[in-house]
Ligand binder design. Structure first.
Ligand SMILES: *Cc1c(COP(=O)(O)O)cnc(C)c1O
Ligand code: SF4
Length: 344
């Protein structure tokens, strides 16, 4: 699904004037080889055949900083589980399909997904810094999405013509895989659209590759006329550690509204304790829990599914222990609905 030459190596031609940002080096050091992953974490070679096989369908990709937050020797580590291909990915499961949320049908023009009133989602790139095995976009046809600023023109024109759109959501892949220079060009184009008020960025990079939160990025978001909202994606409290905490803190202290969305995942965060601790770590940094998503039923991810009844019990336990603002909305996405559907 992802342009391989692009994974972990943003195109640099014409993109960069002068120095390479430090996070380029971090991207280049990412782990792509299943054997290396097992070696680095002191894990048994028994995991290798499945990891190699899974990686042929959806390549393995893990930033080193994220790997450092995993416990060596523990095949059940909740961060490892999110990124390690298992044989279960190939098990056939009823109802698990390639495009579970109807993205293809909602694609107005290349790169633009419009499902909900008032806001549109732009797929700026197919690249991510990490490959999450449960990702609902693991089979998405990213090859057909725009890659160059001129390719966005059709999507921009669609937004210009529809004055009911007030918010643009940059998504992907991961929109922060674009360089700050590219993002600035894009921002300049959308700032000129008078009916737009808000810019939302959905990104996992502040979590998995914290040095992507550059001073340039913060400055760009601080000075745009649009109200910036950054939605990060962390699923387990162990993700909110070290440099990741620093980067989230910097976003929040710059006055940028920062929210988190998590996916409820078996073997990762399907316990009240881990969900509560995740919320506590986030709010202690000023990041507001936004959504807890029921897993989208994408082919290859059935082993991550937690039942809705279990999900409701977990959220009830969160509610009994946490202040109201620390309890995310438990939702699922149903193709064709006008918003995410609350489950509790
Ligand atoms: C989830 C989603 C959004 C954002 O929904 P909010 O409820 O506003 O967070 C927008 N567009 C698409 C296509 C989505 O899937
Ligand atoms: S970072 Fe987001 S889009 Fe990328 S693989 Fe993970 S869940 Fe999917």
């Amino acid at each position: 699904m992802v342009e391989l030459e692009n994974v972990g190596a943003p195109r640099v031609s014409g993109d960069l004037v002068g120095r390479r940002p430090a996070y380029f080096e971090s991207l280049a050091r990412s782990i792509r080889d299943p054997a290396e992953l097992l070696r680095r974490l002191d894990l048994s070679d028994e995991l290798l055949p499945a990891a190699v096989r899974g990686a042929t369908e959806f390549p393995l990709l893990i930033p080193e900083d994220y790997l450092k937050r995993m416990s060596p020797g523990d095949p059940l580590d909740p961060l490892l589980r999110q990124v390690l291909p298992l044989d279960e990915e190939f098990a056939r499961a009823e109802g698990f399909v390639d495009d579970p949320v109807g993205d293809s049908a909602a694609r107005q023009v290349d790169g633009l997904i419009s499902k909900y009133p008032g806001r549109v989602l732009l797929v700026l790139t197919g690249s991510c810094a990490v490959h999450c095995r449960y990702c609902f976009r693991r089979h998405y046809p990213y090859e057909s999405e725009p890659r160059q600023p001129r390719d966005w023109e059709l999507a921009l024109e669609t937004i210009r013509r529809d004055s009911t759109i007030h918010e643009v959501i940059l998504s992907g892949g991961d929109p922060l895989m674009l360089t700050d220079t590219r993002l600035a060009e894009f921002l300049a184009a959308i700032e000129e659209i008078p009916h737009l008020n808000r810019l939302r960025i959905h990104s996992r990079l502040p979590i998995v590759l914290p040095d992507r939160v550059t001073d340039e990025l913060i400055a760009m978001l601080s000075k745009t006329r649009l109200t910036p909202i950054v939605v990060v994606h962390a699923n387990h409290p162990n993700e909110i550690a070290g440099a990741c905490s620093d980067s989230l803190g910097r976003l929040v202290r710059s006055g940028i509204t920062t929210l988190n969305q998590a996916v409820l995942l078996k073997g990762v965060n399907d316990s009240a304790q881990s969900l509560i601790e995740l919320s506590e770590r986030l709010i202690d940094l000023g990041v507001m829990p936004y959504y807890l998503h029921q897993l989208d039923r994408v082919r290859g991810a059935a082993h991550f599914e937690v039942s809705e009844s279990t999900g409701r019990k977990l959220v009830a336990q969160m509610r009994s222990k946490l202040p109201g603002y620390a309890v995310p909305q438990y939702v699922r996405e149903i193709a064709g609905e006008a918003s995410k559907t609350p489950l509790f």
